[in-house]
Ligand binder design. Sequence first.
Ligand code: PMP
Length: 388
Amino acid sequence: LSKNDHQDSKGNPSRNAPPSSSRPQTQAPPQPASSLANTIGNTPLTLLPTLSRLTQCSIYAKLELLNPGGSPKDRVARSILHSLQHPSSTNTPPLAPGDTIYEAPSAQLALRESSEEASVWHTKAFEEGVRGEVEIFADIPALLKRQSGEGNDDDAGSTKHDPDAKSDSIIINITGRAHFANQFESPANYRAHYHTTGPEIYTQMDGQIDAFVAGAGTGGTISGVGLYLKEKTHRPPRVVLADPTGSGLYNKVKHNIFFSPTEREGTRRRSQVDTIIEGIGLTRSTFNWQVGDDAGVVDDAVRVTDEEARRMARWLCWREGWFVGGSSAVNCVAALRTALALGPGHRIVTIFCDSGMRHLSKFWAGIDPADSSAIGDVGEASMAELEE
Ligand code: PMP
């Protein structure tokens, strides 16, 4: 179609123009960004019409998968970089050209040998004009041993600066001065969401939010957004954790138990849990999970099975048009249950963390593309009964 196909000579809509209801709403596009870092955030929020209709609520997804790196980790990387450039302690030297930034990937990530998260940090370092060299070697049998509890707790899933130990360790070879990004423990993580994601959601929802639903991998998103919305809104929303099978957080939230200091240390070995859902679930506490006062930011939790998540992912793809990863599907199952529990008329916000493209081999591999059946009984009520 040429530019004029939908206009007559006076610039009015022609007979061939699509009806106004189906035309995209035009908005002034944002001005050019001065760097990649300035394209991070300000992601759209969209209503999920079918889930909303099914629950008679309004369920929205924040499209974090549209960040330049494809996930909300861009916000966190930018915030951690800033904290490294401006350290709070005078004993810590600020990040300088030639320094290396490293992040300990979880054992689970290393097992896939993908080093996805590590490469994200690597890229960000280059963006800011900082040269960093990060090499990760993973010895699979040693990691498996460690995951089964036979390994040495002290260095499990973390970094080791010993090239000779290459055969049984994850090694990050670093030349020059190194800075540990430490997304699990760095306050710059939840602050990224407190200062950007939370305010964006508040503005986009006009402050009218009954529940915010999200999973926790480090805890940064749910704590940062949850804390901001609770402080800012007149009627604070319910903050609901979407937790996959095997994660230790669900029981903690349900029974209102905080991780004890011993538990924090004692369960350090396995920070991510065994499920097809990648990126969320914790069996230990992190600073970013325990943000806030003793009552915590999180009010409630919903347990989601792998099968429920797969069914939801299929539904989102077929019925909503969104091809998302496992954690986004878990979020939607929990959002749906939250909506059903709250009842008609409520406004619920959740997160689309990343695209299904990143989860082809594990999560999407188990989904039959030919199966376009209904969500089934995701949620306590049978969704089939609620269908049109
Ligand atoms: N989804 C995916 C795919 C992730 O990788 C992560 C982060 N590990 C999350 C959700 C959860 O984010 P957070 O670390 O802020 O808890």
